[in-house]
Design a protein around this ligand. Structure first.
Ligand SMILES: [Zn+2]
Ligand SMILES: [Zn+2]
Length: 338
């Protein structure tokens, strides 16, 4: 038997026992999970506020582990390899898939959301979903690879170059991953949050300026540093009002990238978009970003360790969830070790 972190129905979180997964296809690998990252999505699934999740569900879409067995047709990895799992499954036939955007496939399935995820001791996945990485990278650091793929996707969608000025609303784990990646790119970055400790982390990751949006005037601060507005504004907070703010803060010919799943509308006048000819884009999951992120980690270009605030053994998952829910100011990325 293997133990798994299961949400049988909204509001319940249990450690369940299930049969050891077995390889059924020659192109599959069996991975012994070593570490996973708890994400806002996992909390939404637990609370029943995910618009897409189905139940019962073994959660977890940010996870890494060791290959312990493989099907006969597997050629890219072998037993003993350390791998990160790309948690998305797509059809390869629909319009988005046909233009290289499988992350918005019409038949998209995400591990830990639409099908069972990585918060369990073993998982079986197709070999095309795993990417081996150097054993010099710790399990804890490697868990950050998936969140960093989200950051690379955002940079792509916002067409961000090193010469750009970028403002990020929200300094939670995703906002900070985006910041860390954009600083590596060389862009100038400001970031806001209502939690001072998160802004401390942002400074530590190289933010050019931070704005405490509970106390300072966001628009004035952004314009002070970036006269005319930011070339790119990223809403990593995802509230109806932050989307409207993001549009307001963008420069002429600017881009606005949104990541939120809120269903409430935001008041955004057409004129703000037309007069400045803004490009407003959504960014969901990632497309083809794992190889690039693995390379960046192996070259030590990012600072994933700075994003990890806590590590719990998976048996203490309830404590980890309670910490995230009740002490958001104390936490950044909270990991489970297996
Ligand atoms: Zn996530
Ligand atoms: Zn598709």
């Amino acid at each position: 038997m293997v133990r798994a972190v299961l949400v049988p129905e909204p509001g319940k979180l249990v450690l369940a026992e299930k049969a050891v997964p077995i390889i059924r296809e020659s192109t599959e690998v069996l991975v012994r999970v070593k570490a996973g990252g708890i994400c806002g999505t996992d909390l939404h699934i637990f609370h029943g506020t995910s618009p897409v999740a189905t139940y019962p569900r073994v959660i977890g879409h940010e996870f890494v582990g060791e290959v312990v067995a493989r099907g006969r047709g597997v050629t890219r990895v072998r037993e003993g390899d350390h791998v990160v799992v790309e948690p998305i499954f797509f059809c390869g036939k629909c319009y988005p898939c046909s233009i290289g955007r499988p992350n918005v496939c019409e038949n998209l399935e995400v591990m830990g959301v639409h099908r069972d995820g990585g918060f369990q001791e073993y998982v079986v996945v197709p070999e095309r979903n795993v990417y081996p990485f150097s054993k010099d990278i710790s399990w804890e650091e490697a868990v950050l690879m998936e969140p960093f793929t989200i950051a690379l996707q955002v940079a792509d969608r916002g067409n961000i170059a090193s010469s750009d000025t970028v403002f990020i609303i929200g300094a939670g784990p995703i906002g900070l991953c985006i910041l860390a990646y954009l600083k590596y790119l060389g862009a100038q970055c400001g970031i806001s949050d209502i939690i001072p400790k998160r802004l401390e982390r942002a400074k530590n990751l190289g933010a050019d300026f931070v704005v405490h949006s509970g106390e300072e005037n966001l628009e004035r601060e952004v314009l002070r540093h970036f006269p005319g507005g930011a070339h790119v504004v990223i809403d990593a907070s995802g509230l109806p009002e932050t989307f409207a703010q993001a549009v307001q803060l963008a420069s002429r010919a600017g881009r606005v990238v949104v990541l939120g799943f809120h269903t409430a509308p935001s008041p955004i006048p057409q004129a703000s978009i037309t007069l400045r000819e803004l490009t407003i884009v959504g960014s969901r999951l990632q497309a083809h970003k794992f190889p690039q992120v693995v390379a960046l980690f192996e070259e030590r270009k990012l600072q994933p360790g700075k994003l990890v605030s806590h590590v719990f053994s998976f048996e203490r998952v309830h404590e980890a969830f309670a910490l995230l829910e009740h002490y958001p100011e104390e936490t950044c990325k909270v990991l489970l070790s297996f």
